[in-house]
Structure formats: structure tokens, C-alpha cells
Design a protein around this ligand. Structure first.
Ligand code: SDX
Length: 432
């Protein structure tokens, strides 16, 4: 191995040295391959939160956190949000290239034909209280899909993997909308094959049997953009969860259900719901400085929800697109003086001028504006993370499919630094 592309480490306890290969990717930091370190050195590496760890190689999404760049299969997120559709972007994420017109039409038709769920799956909703959090229902119902689709559970069969992928992508909006209908005691609305992905979801959410429902094209277009912006994001916590679950050989429905559970956390996809709760708690612009100070207090667990990111140390490009989209949607829906949006803009302005946020490089992330748009669309706050899961499902599927054909695929099984008691003998209770 040429010395140039290696990292040489010396264990000063023994004087032993090891050269580890350094591998460069298309873009981003190169990696040092530490697979041999335990065998050669008897050492584990420790990296809580995996801040310096690449868990896999991937061709799907690239993020440059310093420059605020996000690429899906090499295409900038701003161009896809502006010129593509969620279905076309889903094709790109899953297959690696943009489709030509006939490929796009076939893919669109394939998804449309799989949007209905097994009628008995809808019985699961009756087991949930009406006030159950919709994410609790999503975890349960998506996991339960594996009880229905035995014809596509052989993860080693590429046709089964493809069929499961299409089923998940097609059915997730139907399942998501049913969570909302269940919570308000309205009948489920079946998919309408004459509508596109976003419009179909809106109809399943807001239509009622007794009258015609007209989709607002501005809202549908905005929703399609929101789905594109949330579709994938490299090896984030929920995607890593899907990969880890999938690495055991679990079926894709179970792996995606695990990803939904991980996304729910307020530090991750649950942040959009937390942002709205925080804005309501702040209430007025006059209260903003108090909360900005609270967010900096090391003794206070309060954080400014929708701000900060593990990777973006500059702006989150998705937040910038969503901020523009929010203005457009609010105008179109005659909410131009939406107090929440005004408060969010003022909170962003003050935070970005505050030296703590400047020093910690904390900028608005994807969750800061998405809730404001979704709220204006009439989507209730507790459904915001469901929207995120609906969009991210295609990213999880694409990453799962990539992992399943990866020559390096092994079951994920991290080790630890043990600091518990040394071995000791059991003592009878009367001698303790
Ligand atoms: C998503 O990974 C992804 O790609 C996720 C995601 C995706 O598309 O999959 O982009 C989606 O999850 C976006 C993030 C949504 N979460 C939030 O908005 C919640 C608020 N943000 C924080 O919880 C935090 O910023 C995280 C969890 C997002 C990132 O945390 P890190 O990477 O572990 O950073 P950190 O906590 O180490 O923060 C560095 C410093 C800390 O201070 P010190 O300990 O160094 O003194 O910045 C501070 C933090 O206390 N800090 C904040 C803050 N975020 C970080 N202080 C106040 N408010 C905040 N929001």
C-alpha cells in the first residue's frame, strides 16, 4: 500500500505502528478505513454520536455542511425543488438517474396502482384511541404491512425488494392521511387515481364523502416541494436506524417502521412539531430575547427548536427554499399577515445576530419553516412529523435498497468501552 494514501498510527504502549488506508470519495472528506484496527491493535474506536464516523459508502445523497450544499444523486436540492416533482425525485433517489418521459409515466402509474391498502389493514386504526399521536399509529401500521405482503418479503429477491419499495412509497400517504381521519372521527378517504401524489394526499386528508373536494394547486405544488426537500439526507439518525434494522435481514416494512420511530424524536423529525409549540409559547416578538437567552443557558435544557444541525455549520439549503415557499403559500392562502410567520422571521433575525448563535454556527434548519407552511395548509401540528416520515420514506427505501446490494453488507454490531464492575462472585442475600 503506497504510504501516500495511508494514516500511520503508533501505539506508544507497545511501539507497534499500523498503516490504515485512506479512501477518497467523489466529494467530501476522505475516510480512513479502520476495519483492521481491532485485529491489528486490539483497540476499538470510540465516537459517541458518530460525529467523526462514516457508517457506509453511498451514492445517493451528498451534504457539504460548510457550504450549505445538498445533492440528490448529484443534483442540487434547489434545482429539484424548483423544477422536479416528488415522484420524479423518488425515481432519481431509487434508481440513480432522472427518468425519461416514458420511464416517469410508467413509474407514476406503478405508484398510483399501489396507493390502496389492504382493507383489513384499516382495522388496525380502530385499536388506537382517537387522541393517539399519529406517529404512534404510523409506527404500528407501517410495521403491520409485513403481516399482509408475504409475496414480497424475500429480501434476497430483487423483485421482492422492488415491489416492497413501490408498495411503501405508494401506500405511505394513504396510511398517513388515515391517521388524521382517525383522529377526527371522519371516514377514511380512498386514493383517487386521477390525482398526482401530493394532490391525492390532500384529498385523502381533507375530502369528506358528502361533497366534492377541489385541490388547491398552489397548496399541492407547495406540498410537492416540501416532500422533495425532506426526501433524503445522507446517514441521519432515522436513516441509520433503517440501515441497522435492515442489516439484520429484517423485512423492509419492519425496518422503515423502526426509522419512523427514530424520526419521531424532537431532536430529529419531531422538531417541526416542537417549533410550532415553541412559537406558541414565545407568543409575541417582545418575548423573543427572553427565549434566545434561555436557549443559551447551560443549565436550561431548552433549545431553540428548528435551529442547529449536526452537519450544516452554515445555512440549511432546505430552510432557505422553505422560507421562500412559506411567503408564497401564505400569500396564496390570504395569510400574508400570519402572526406565526412574522414571529418566526423576527426570531430568526434576532438569533442570527446573537453572538452565541453565531459562535455555535446555529442556523434555521429544515424544521423551522415547514410547520408554518403546513399549518397554513390546515395540517394539524401533531401531523407535521407524519408529513416528514411520508417524505423521508423514499430516502429510507433508497438507502435500504443500496445497502442490500452492498458487497460490504454485514450485520451492524457496534462495540463499547466497558466501565462497569470487574468480574465478581455472587453473594447470598443474607451475606450482603
Ligand atoms: C433534523 O441529521 C440530519 O440530517 C437530520 C435532518 C434530516 O433531514 O434528517 O436534517 C432533520 O433532524 C434537523 C434538526 C432538527 N432538530 C432541531 O431543530 C432541534 C434543535 N436542534 C438541536 O437539538 C441540535 O442542533 C441538533 C440535535 C439538531 C444537533 O445537535 P448536535 O449536532 O449534537 O450539536 P450539539 O448539540 O453538539 O450542539 C453544539 C452546541 C451545543 O453547545 P455546547 O455543548 O457546545 O456548549 O450548540 C448548542 C449545543 O448546546 N446548540 C443549541 C442548539 N443546537 C445546538 N443551543 C440552543 N439551541 C439549539 N437549537
Amino acid at each position: 500500500m503506497s504510504n501516500k494514501n495511508t494514516l500511520t498510527l503508533t501505539d506508544n504502549r507497545t511501539g507497534k505502528t499500523i498503516s490504515l488506508p485512506i479512501q477518497a470519495g467523489t466529494a467530501g472528506p476522505p475516510v480512513v478505513d479502520i476495519r483492521g484496527i481491532y485485529g491489528d491493535f486490539g483497540l476499538f474506536t470510540l465516537d459517541p454520536g458518530f460525529k467523526s464516523t462514516a457508517s457506509c459508502t453511498s451514492n445517493i445523497t451528498f451534504i457539504d455542511g460548510e457550504k450549505g450544499v445538498l445533492l440528490y444523486r448529484g443534483y442540487p436540492i434547489e434545482q429539484l425543488a424548483d423544477q422536479s416533482s416528488f415522484v420524479e425525485t423518488s425515481y432519481l433517489l431509487m434508481k440513480g438517474e432522472l427518468p425519461n418521459q416514458s420511464q416517469l409515466d410508467d413509474f407514476d402509474q406503478l405508484i398510483t396502482r399501489h396507493t390502496m391498502v389492504h382493507e383489513q389493514l384499516l382495522n388496525f386504526y380502530q385499536g388506537f384511541r382517537r387522541d393517539a399521536h399519529p406517529m404512534a399509529i404510523m409506527v404500528g401500521v407501517v410495521g403491520a404491512l409485513s403481516a399482509f405482503y408475504h409475496d414480497s418479503l424475500d429480501i434476497h429477491d430483487p423483485r421482492h425488494r422492488e415491489l416492497s419499495a413501490i408498495r411503501l412509497l405508494a401506500k405511505i400517504p394513504t396510511i398517513a392521511a388515515a391517521c388524521y381521519k382517525h383522529s377526527i372521527g371522519q371516514p377514511f378517504i380512498y386514493p383517487d387515481n386521477n390525482l398526482d401524489y401530493a394532490a391525492n394526499f390532500l384529498k385523502m386528508m381533507f375530502a369528506v364523502p358528502g361533497q366534492n373536494y377541489q385541490v388547491n394547486p398552489v397548496v399541492a405544488r407547495a406540498l410537492d416541494k416540501i416532500l422533495i426537500l425532506h426526501a433524503d439526507h445522507e446517514q441521519n439518525a432515522s436513516t441509520s436506524t433503517v440501515r441497522l434494522a435492515g442489516s439484520t435481514g429484517a423485512n423492509p416494512f419492519a425496518a422503515i417502521s423502526a426509522g419512523i420511530g427514530a424520526l419521531w424524536g424532537p431532536s430529529h423529525g419531531g422538531a417541526n412539531e416542537a417549533v410550532l409549540k415553541m412559537l406558541y409559547e414565545i407568543g409575541t416578538v417582545e418575548n423573543v430575547p427572553k427565549f434566545i437567552k434561555k436557549a443559551q443557558d447551560p443549565n436550561d435544557s431548552f433549545r431553540l427548536m428548528g435551529f442547529g444541525h449536526r452537519v450544516y455549520r452554515n445555512h440549511d439549503p432546505r430552510a432557505q427554499v422553505l422560507k421562500k415557499e412559506a411567503k408564497k403559500v401564505l400569500e396564496a392562502l390570504d395569510h400574508h399577515d400570519d402572526p406565526l410567520f412574522k414571529l418566526a422571521l423576527e426570531l430568526e433575525r434576532i438569533a442570527l445576530e446573537d453572538e452565541y448563535f453565531i459562535e455555535k454556527k446555529l442556523y434555521p434548519n429544515v424544521d423551522f419553516y415547514s410547520g408554518i407552511i403546513e399549518s397554513a395548509m390546515g395540517i394539524p401540528t401533531n401531523m407535521f412529523t407524519v408529513m416528514f416520515a411520508m417524505a423521508r420514506c423514499v430516502g429510507w427505501i433508497a438507502q435500504w435498497k443500496e445497502m442490500m446490494v452492498d458487497k460490504d453488507l454485514v450485520i451492524g454490531r457496534p462495540r463499547q468501552l466497558y466501565q462497569g464492575p470487574a468480574q465478581r462472585n455472587y453473594k447470598a442475600v443474607n451475606s450482603r
